[in-house]
Design a protein around this ligand. Structure first.
Ligand SMILES: NC(=O)c1ccc[n+]([C@@H]2O[C@H](COP(=O)([O-])OP(=O)(O)OC[C@H]3O[C@@H](n4cnc5c(N)ncnc54)[C@H](OP(=O)(O)O)[C@@H]3O)[C@@H](O)[C@H]2O)c1
Length: 399
């Protein structure tokens, strides 16, 4: 019998920056290189807020099919009837207006993290997705890694007993001269006009590891209490943020940190490092996660001494497509294809949200980040904190 045809999804890419490039290249890898045969991805269009020629250059840089359309505005992309889903890859400041533009046009949406600047905006997106009956997911790609799936299964199966505490850190060393950071003040990493700062950009991954263990794996879904220590940079954005999370009903504790002055791994970001980036500590042992928390590639299960002190090390490499070779001679494949596969399967199965990151969970995480910012006095300009949709907002570019 012939194999069933894969379910095919036509993607529109909104914005043409760094992560749009990485994600789109992953869409263009052959699914067979990761043993996937039930779905396939088509890059059908891209839009740049600056010009159609910028979108065209983007499409050719990722070697998209010549049939892919290039738009010089986000509005045109949102209203293209030949798309199944739009991936939003603008800075955090823009997510609410851009995602609402697409949802209002009846489009399914995969939106980069953090979903929005604040929880009020996220609630409005969820309400709009419900009203329109369309799919909406925050693009927290790490959750769909086989490594994350295996670790969640271990936790649920009780491999380390009852989880008592989780430590997680995602920090980079961007220290410059004196008190300066190495980013220019208008970089999206520290510019408050773009909702910059460690928390929304990197801390979301420290929180992802807390939440995918202490919320997603827990029977009782709870919003944790949070106490935060926040240091702000001269721009007003947070540069070092530490959070203690208390899940009181489940009696578990999380310590999540993020920062721009000292790195999780002093050797460098891509390194497995000398120590774990996350420790999930249970009554019978702990799971240690190695590599940057957005893209970890190895974990260890360490059993307590009275369980024999056994250490199991599990490598979870990210497959690459040798047919799509980059300038570095390496095949493409960053690990973002797994979240794209999840979005495609949800569309195929008529689901409006992902079970691995539900709307409720994204909202609780946004609530926690709001509270951390409140305690730390991190305030963004009212234009980007606003939860009032304006199709003609400058954040949506020209119409
Ligand atoms: N999942 C991950 O691992 C990961 C990694 C990095 C970033 N991200 C997320 O992806 C988003 C974009 O990050 P990025 O690193 O790709 O940023 P980037 O390289 O600066 O690209 C952002 C793009 O957004 C568009 N844009 C529209 N208005 C803009 C404005 N006022 N300022 C800057 N850009 C504007 C631009 O594209 P056009 O000119 O074509 O419209 C720009 O190329 C952020 O939400 C970030 O948190 C995720």
């Amino acid at each position: 019998m012939a194999a069933a045809k894969p379910y095919s999804v036509r993607w529109g890419i909104l914005a043409t920056g760094g992560i749009a490039t990485t994600f789109t290249k992953d869409l263009l890898t052959n699914p067979a290189t990761r043993s996937v045969s039930d779905i396939s991805h088509i890059v059908a269009a891209a839009a740049s807020s600056s010009s159609a020629s910028r979108a065209r250059d983007f499409l050719s840089s990722v070697r998209a099919p010549s049939s892919a359309k290039a738009y010089g505005s986000y509005h045109e992309l949102a209203h293209d009837p030949d798309l199944d889903i739009i991936y939003i890859a603008t800075p955090h400041s823009h997510h609410f207006q851009n995602a609402m533009l697409c949802l209002e046009a009846g489009k399914n949406v995969l939106c980069e993290k953090s979903l929005t600047v604040n929880a009020a905006q996220a609630r409005k997106l969820v309400a709009k997705a419900k009203e329109k009956g369309v799919f909406l997911m925050e693009a927290v790609w790490t959750r769909y890694f086989p490594l994350s799936i295996k670790i969640r299964a271990l936790v649920k199966d009780g491999a380390i007993g009852k989880v008592e505490r989780v430590f997680s850190d995602l920090s980079i060393n961007a220290a410059g001269d004196g008190d300066e950071l190495s980013f220019s003040d208008d970089s999206r990493m520290v510019n408050v006009d773009l909702a910059g700062g460690a928390l929304l950009d990197l801390g979301i991954y420290s929180l992802t590891w807390q939440f995918q263990i202490l919320y997603l794996c827990a029977e009782k879904k709870e919003k944790p209490r949070v106490v935060a220590a926040v240091q702000r940079y001269r721009t007003g954005a947070d540069e070092m943020t530490s959070m203690v999370l208390s899940w009181e009903g489940n009696r578990t504790v999380g310590i999540a940190t993020t920062g721009l002055r000292v790195a999780t791994q002093p050797h460098g970001e891509g390194d497995l490092g000398t120590g774990p980036s996350c420790r999930i500590q249970g009554t019978k042992g702990e799971i240690q996660v190695y590599g940057p928390l957005y893209r970890p590639v190895m974990y260890k299960v360490v059993k307590h001494g009275d369980e024999g002190g056994k250490i199991e090390e599990v490598d979870c490499p990210i497959p690459s497509d040798p047919e799509r070779e980059g300038k570095d001679g390496k095949g493409w494949g960053h690990g973002m294809f797994w979240e794209a596969d999840e979005a495609a399967r949800c569309l195929r199965d008529g689901k409006v949200q992902s079970e691995t990151l539900t709307w409720d969970e994204s909202l609780v995480i946004m609530d926690v980040m709001d509270e951390v910012r409140r305690q730390g006095g991190v305030v963004y300009p009212k234009e980007i904190e606003s939860d009032v949709y304006d199709e003609k907002s400058p954040l949506n570019g020209k119409s």
